[in-house]
Every structure is written in C-alpha cells, then in structure tokens.
Design a protein around this ligand. Structure first.
Ligand code: NAD
Ligand code: DAU
Length: 335
C-alpha cells in the first residue's frame, strides 16, 4: 500500500507520518511538502532513514510536479498541506486560496486520473463558523466560515464533495477541533504561550480571553484519520473531537501554573478580526460508526506537551531565531 501524505513536514502531518509508520509497518509513505515557513524536516528526524519513507519537495498547486509523484503509483491520499494560521489569513488571504482551494483541486484531479482507492481531506471545525453558548458542531451543521482561512478550507471541502458527486472519487472529509502536542509551530496559542512564558515575555490574549476552543491531542487526531482511511464510508464527513472545551484564559493560566510563572505576564491585546467565539465538536458519528476512542486526557496531555517544549527548547528557539522565514509576520507585529 502506497500512501501519499501532503504537508507531512508540518505539525499534524509529521505526527501522522510517524504514527502511520508505527501502525502499518508494510505501508510505503511518500511525504510531499513545499517546506513553507511552517514545514520543518527536523520534525521527521526520527524516521528520515526509514526504508518505507520518502520525501519529495513539491508544491501541491504545481500540477506537473504532482502528476510525476502519482506516476509512482499512489493508492491513498491524505491531504494535510495547507496554510493553517487564521491571523496570517487576515493579513495575506491570497496564498490561502491558492494552497487550500487550488492545491486541493490539483490533488483531486490527479487522484481521479490515477484512480486512487481513497482520498482523505483533512479539514477543520472552523468551516462551521462559531457556536453560541450551547450546542455542538454536527456533520450536518451548515458551513459558515468566518475567516479567509476557514473560507478557503470550506472551498477545498466543497471541491472534495463535488469530485465525489460528479466523478465518483472515493473520498472522506474529516473536520477536527484544535490540536495540541509536539512539533506545533510556535505561532499557535499553546506553543506560543509556553515559549513566551519560559522567557518571561508578555502573553498576548486576544479580546477578553473567554473564547472557547475544543482541544485534542494530535495523536488522537492521527488515530481518527487512520480509521477513516480504512473504515470510513465513502463520501462521508467525520467530525473529530474529544469534548475538551476550554477558554483561552484557562489554557494560559494552566500553562503559567505548570511553569510556575506569574499571571502578571498576561497582556490583553486587540481582538482578532472576526474572532470566532466558541467551537465544540460532536464526534458521535466517528465514535459510533468507526469505534474511535481518544487515548489522551486533556489534563495529562497538556502537561506532557508543556514538558515536551521544555525538553525541546532547541527546536523552537531555532524557529524563533528567524531560521524559518516568515515567523515574525503576525497581526500584531514582531514577536
Ligand atoms: P502546519 O501549518 O503546521 O503545516 C502545514 C504544512 O503544509 C507545512 O509543512 C507546509 O510546508 C505545508 N504546505 C503549505 N502549503 C503547501 C503547498 N502549497 N504545497 C505543499 N505543502 C504545503 O499545519 P497543521 O496545524 O499541521 O495543519 C495540518 C492540516 O490540518 C491543515 O489542513 C489544517 O487545516 C488542518 N487542521 C489543523 C488543526 C490544528 O489545530 N492545527 C485542526 C484541524 C484541522
Ligand atoms: O479549530 C481548528 C483550528 O485550530 C485549525 O483549523 C487551525 O489551523 C488552527 O490554527 C487552530 O485555529 P485557532 O484560530 O483556533 O488557533 P490559534 O492557536 O491561532 O488560536 C487559538 C485561540 O487563542 C483563538 O481563540 C485565538 C487565541 N489567541 C491566539 C494567539 C496566537 C490569543 O488569544 N493570542 C494569541 O497570541
């Protein structure tokens, strides 16, 4: 079985490549990544010489390069490659549309041409928009994306749906809540707060800090995708989440407590434009149909994650030292 993983040098993609090599020792994995600012081959050091692993540097919007990769004979595609950061999408929407919409279409076209047995689109709960105080996102919840990032992901999802309806491509779409764990780029809330708190820098909290995200340990996301690849009913969408809703302020205070740092580091800053108030996933379909069960409890998972960043300071200081072009681009100027 030959599995094409796109975006495998990013946070979730690299965890997924490592997970799949462990779970399926006979699978060959081809990792295709453009190595944007978020792609980091250091994440894959532990498996770079694995006989069943190979890496190709290519952009998913480059139809010719992608065609060449499919000529090797690809059975399954899992598309993680994306521009993934909401704040960047507010500053520079164009590249989000290119990668997340056009890139998806290029992959779908190649998958159709070469007749893959399964195409899995790794999407996000952000396509559903924002929840009020009650209720959860179901697979049937209408798509109401609010940021250029989530709109571009929704565009990708709709193309995936269309390639299934029009051409019969065997697809699944997964929509997961916020991930945390090792190798997350330190522009995202949890690694940003850990790294800044460790060096006693101010911790930027957007708005009132009471926005809610539903957190899932990255390995549990990987196990869900593995199940969807193999057991997911063709054409279906599966929500992924572990019922771990927390306010941003709760997350930041937990990190400060764990690191023994003062709450005076918390600094309220201007709110994110169009900031979604609350996300909450109903994973019942995945649990009941496919028997998925997350392994990680949030309270222990967050502690393990903090410990990982403490143990791997070199990994994130290299990123922050500017070796990875573009780290400084944020809505709020240089960090
Ligand atoms: P990330 O930004 O850490 O990694 C993205 C990877 O894609 C990088 O390695 C980057 O180099 C690569 N990439 C970007 N543009 C590319 C292009 N044009 N061609 C080839 N490669 C390209 O992102 P992540 O947090 O690991 O997210 C991975 C996927 O999961 C995304 O599709 C995202 O929408 C989705 N997702 C993320 C979360 C989360 O909490 N992080 C939750 C749900 C879904
Ligand atoms: O829900 C899934 C999504 O989760 C994924 O699709 C995205 O790719 C991923 O980036 C993530 O999006 P969020 O916008 O939820 O994640 P982020 O880490 O950027 O922010 C989490 C929350 O923390 C959000 O409410 C904004 C807030 N925040 C974030 C940063 C970076 C702050 O208050 N301060 C900050 O400095």
């Amino acid at each position: 079985m030959k599995l094409l993983v796109t975006g495998g040098a990013g946070f979730i993609g690299s965890n997924f490549v490592i997970y799949m090599l462990q779970q399926h020792p006979n699978y060959q994995i081809v990792n295709v990544d453009a190595l944007t600012y978020a792609g980091n081959l250091e994440n894959l050091k532990s498996i770079e010489n694995h006989p069943n692993y190979s890496f190709v540097k290519a952009d998913i919007t480059d139809a010719q390069a992608i065609d060449q990769i499919f000529q090797q004979g690809i059975d399954i595609v899992v598309n993680f490659a994306a521009e993934s950061h909401v704040d960047r999408s507010i500053l520079e929407p164009e590249v989000f549309v290119k990668t997340n919409v056009l890139g998806t279409q290029v992959l779908l076209d190649a998958s159709k041409r070469y007749g893959v047995t399964k195409y899995v689109q790794v999407s996000t709960d952000e396509v559903y928009g924002s929840l009020g105080e009650t209720g959860l996102f179901m697979e049937s919840t209408p798509l109401e994306p609010n940021s250029p990032y989530s709109a571009s992901k929704a565009g990708g999802d709709l193309l995936v749906r269309a390639y299934h309806e029009t051409f019969g491509l065997p697809v699944n779409i997964t929509r997961c809540s916020n991930n945390y764990g090792p190798y997350q780029f330190p522009e995202k809330l949890i690694p940003l707060i850990i790294s800044r708190a460790m060096s006693d820098q101010a911790l930027p909290i957007y708005g009132d800090g009471l926005n809610i995200r539903d957190w899932l340990y990255v390995e549990d996301h990987c196990s869900a995708i593995d199940l969807v690849i193999h057991e997911g009913r063709v054409g279906e969408v599966y929500n992924i989440g572990g019922n771990n809703e927390r306010t941003n302020l709760h997350i930041v205070k937990t990190i400060l407590q764990e690191l023994n740092k003062p709450e005076s580091l918390i600094t309220y800053v201007e709110d994110r434009l169009g900031h979604d108030r609350r996300y909450g996933i109903d994973p019942t379909k995945l649990v009941q149909e496919l028997g998925w069960k997350p392994k990680h409890n949030f309270e222990t998972g967050i502690k393990e994650t903090i410990q990982w960043y403490l143990n791997n300071k070199d990994w994130w200081t290299r990123i922050q030292s500017g070796e990875y072009q573009g780290y400084q681009i944020t809505q709020y100027g240089e960090r």
